[in-house]
Design a protein around this ligand. Structure first.
Ligand SMILES: *[C@@H]1O[C@H](CO)[C@@H](O)[C@H](O)[C@H]1NC(C)=O
Ligand SMILES: *[C@@H]1O[C@H](CO)[C@@H](O)[C@H](O)[C@H]1NC(C)=O
Length: 158
């Protein structure tokens, strides 16, 4: 049982369909390879990018993901490629003052898994907002800026 999400930020409009298809297949294969069961259901994304045309080494971005867990969990796993995480925060929409984020790990292998650990269990009947600020690398092909994510939970000790 997989929950596969795709968030494509494409600089070149002409490249959108092909880029999305390519990335979807890649993520699906990845998810199957690592057998990731569903953990949370994102319902909304807000993405902000800070691009400096005079500076091509990287760009800054922030993404805000609204999600609700499928079952009680203290982990959110995303697919984060070609990016350095600058900061993460996580709030329940019932209490915007308490940051539920504890720590994260970012895989250095080709799984590109960003594992976010929370300081308390996330409940199924609650909406959460996950904010990630990052520095990204421009894609080195014609498809432009590109971010893709999926979420999962292995449901047991990892
Ligand atoms: C990204 O943010 C860092 C830290 O605030 C800053 O030094 C850098 O210039 C920013 N890059 C761009 C492309 O805006
Ligand atoms: C990360 O957070 C989890 C959950 O609070 C905790 O059990 C674990 O010890 C933390 N890991 C580190 C390296 O701080």
């Amino acid at each position: 049982m997989l929950n596969l999400l795709l968030l494509a930020l494409v600089g070149s409009a002409a490249a959108i369909p092909l880029a999305e298809v390519d990335r979807a297949e890649t993520n699906e294969q990845l998810a199957l390879r690592y057998n990731l069961p569903r953990e949370s259901i994102p319902t909304h994304y807000d993405v902000t990018l800070y691009l400096n045309p005079d500076y091509t080494d990287n760009f800054n971005g922030s993404v805000s993901i609204r999600l609700t867990p499928s079952f009680i969990t203290s982990q959110i796993v995303l697919h984060a490629m070609e990016m350095t995480i600058n900061s993460i925060s996580l709030f329940s929409d019932r209490d915007l003052n308490v940051d539920l984020f504890d720590n994260f790990t970012l895989a250095t292998d080709d799984t590109h898994l960003l594992r976010i650990y929370t300081n308390q269990e996330l409940q199924t009947d609650v909406f959460y907002v996950l904010n990630i600020d990052y520095t990204g690398q421009y894609a080195d092909n014609m498809f432009g800026i590109y971010v893709s994510t999926y979420t999962n939970e292995d449901g047991g000790p990892s």
